[in-house]
Design a protein around this ligand. Structure first.
Ligand code: SAH
Length: 221
């Protein structure tokens, strides 16, 4: 984590590197300008260890401790774009807070953000950082997110940032009647990003692309 939250002292270099990242995302097919703006304004360097801060605006996943990673910016952009593709939503559940970076991006785009993490060390760090930066519309929970957050649902959108072998039934049940979920499904080395679209009692699934996430584990630690 960046000491003393060096959020202002980013300087020209960093703004240039951020613009370069956004250009790259655009080239890779991210079209939603609002999401690209949010990504260019989100201080990703604050979400990684100081020693890795100089790599924060590369389009790559980076370690965040506890054997977990901060997601690649392209994947964050792609999943967020797919979640919002049908227009604005009121609330979103994120499973796998991790560094809190995806949470921060969602917080600028969705009025109410709920995020669940099973590792307390990560959850507390993300909670503190997001509060310090000034994000106010996020609620946090230390729990096994495979169970969702039934007391706060139903959700217009659910984003799962760790990979289950099969989609947890509890999450499908907590989607609002027209809700959608993005979830990377599969084995350790081969996963597919699946868009689950609920329409009343019907649930449709569409595979978007091949991805690689850390596994969704059960229980808390
Ligand atoms: N969105 C995060 C991604 C972190 S990696 C970021 O950009 O930083 C995925 C996270 O999912 C890890 O922090 C891992 O601990 C968490 N995770 C794995 N299984 C989980 C579960 N069952 N419930 C909640 N979080 C889980």
């Amino acid at each position: 984590m960046t000491s003393d939250l060096d959020l202002k002292g980013i300087g020209m270099t960093s703004q240039r590197t951020r613009s370069r990242l956004v250009e790259r995302l655009r080239e890779q097919g991210i079209l939603n300008e609002h999401i690209l703006d949010v990504i260019s304004e989100t201080p990703r360097h604050a979400f990684v260890d100081e020693a890795l801060a100089h790599r924060a605006y590369e389009d790559t996943a980076l370690p965040i401790g506890f054997k977990q990673t901060i997601s690649q910016p392209y994947i964050v952009a792609r999943m967020t774009e797919a979640l919002l593709a049908d227009g604005p939503i009121e609330n979103v559940l994120e499973v796998g807070t991790g560094s809190g970076y995806q949470t921060a991006v969602l917080s600028r785009l969705v009025p109410k953000v709920y995020t669940v993490e099973r590792i307390s060390g990560l959850l507390n760090r993300a909670k503190e950082l997001l509060a310090t930066i000034g994000y106010r519309n996020i609620q946090f929970k230390h729990a096994d997110g495979g169970m969702g957050w039934p007391e706060r649902g139903p959700f217009d959108a659910i984003i799962v940032t760790a990979s289950p072998r099969v989609i947890p039934e509890a999450l499908i049940e907590q989607l609002s009647p027209t809700g959608r979920m993005l979830v990377p499904v599969g084995e350790a080395r081969h996963q597919e990003l699946v868009l689950v679209q609920r329409n009343g009692d019907e649930v449709e699934q569409q595979v978007l692309e091949a991805v690689r996430f850390v596994p969704l584990l059960s229980g808390k630690s």
